[in-house]
Design a protein. Structure first.
Length: 245
């Protein structure tokens, strides 16, 4: 019986003669979806956002102690203004005592005169600008809020000028026996007290925040501005008269 098992040679020939399998085609790779870039907002502390509306408490606690719209300042109290007025009067008295007992050399007198004139420009100039802003509002060329905000920013230079006038006046050897000098000192004291009560006036005007003020605030503001102008111009004229004579 013939041997039908394939020989190694036949197996090799068969292997070489066999057509290799076709390569398997890979499916195209689907790209991963690109996520849109997101902006990350880093918040330090609590993110309150728009404050939620709080229910109005109509209970007895709300009626007994209502929360003010804005924090009270020191010059919201007439008692604080009265204490500041007493301290200002004591300061002016001390300056007068120093001016009567100190001996000033010519160089120091010249320096004090320069500070006196610079303080006059600073303080009186601030008052004139503040009154001008009020006149601009009265003429209808600005709002009340703009006039009040501009006048409020001038409080600091006005007070610095007034303080410089008082401090430098102690070194100018004023003649306290003169009636005009005493009137000038009285004008400075009235300016100080008028400026203190004007702090409360400006706060109440700012809280009004309306196009037209109440008649009481209008008269109060007109009286304050009139007293300020009279005292400033009187003090300036007396200073000029004393310098010439």
């Amino acid at each position: 019986m013939p041997n039908t098992s394939p020989s190694p040679t036949d197996s090799t020939i068969a292997d070489f003669g066999t057509t290799p399998p076709a390569p398997t085609l890979r499916s195209p790779v689907t790209p991963l979806p690109v996520r849109p870039a997101q902006t990350v907002r880093i918040i330090w502390g609590d993110d309150r956002g728009t404050p939620p509306s709080r229910p109005v408490d109509t209970g007895p606690r709300r009626m007994l102690a209502s929360e003010p719209d804005r924090p009270l300042a020191l010059h919201d109290s007439w008692w604080a203004i009265a204490v500041a007025g007493v301290l200002a009067s004591v300061t002016v008295t001390a300056v007068l005592w120093i001016s009567a007992h100190v001996t000033v050399d010519p160089l120091l007198h010249t320096a004090a005169l320069f500070v006196h004139l610079a303080s006059l420009v600073l303080g009186f100039g601030g008052v004139l600008i503040a009154d001008y802003l009020v006149l601009v509002w009265v003429s209808g060329r600005s709002t009340l809020t703009e006039a009040i905000a501009g006048a409020h920013r001038l409080h600091l230079p006005i007070w610095l000028g007034l303080a410089g006038l008082v401090a430098s006046g102690a070194l100018l050897e004023p003649n306290l026996a003169s009636t005009l000098t005493r009137i000038k000192v009285a004008c400075v004291l009235i300016l100080t007290l008028n400026g203190l009560q004007a702090l409360i006036l400006s706060r109440r005007m700012a809280r009004a925040a309306t196009a037209s003020l109440a008649p009481t605030l209008t008269l109060w503001g007109a009286a304050t501005a009139t007293i300020s102008q009279i005292c400033w111009w009187t003090a300036v004229w007396i200073g000029f008269w004393n310098a010439e004579h």
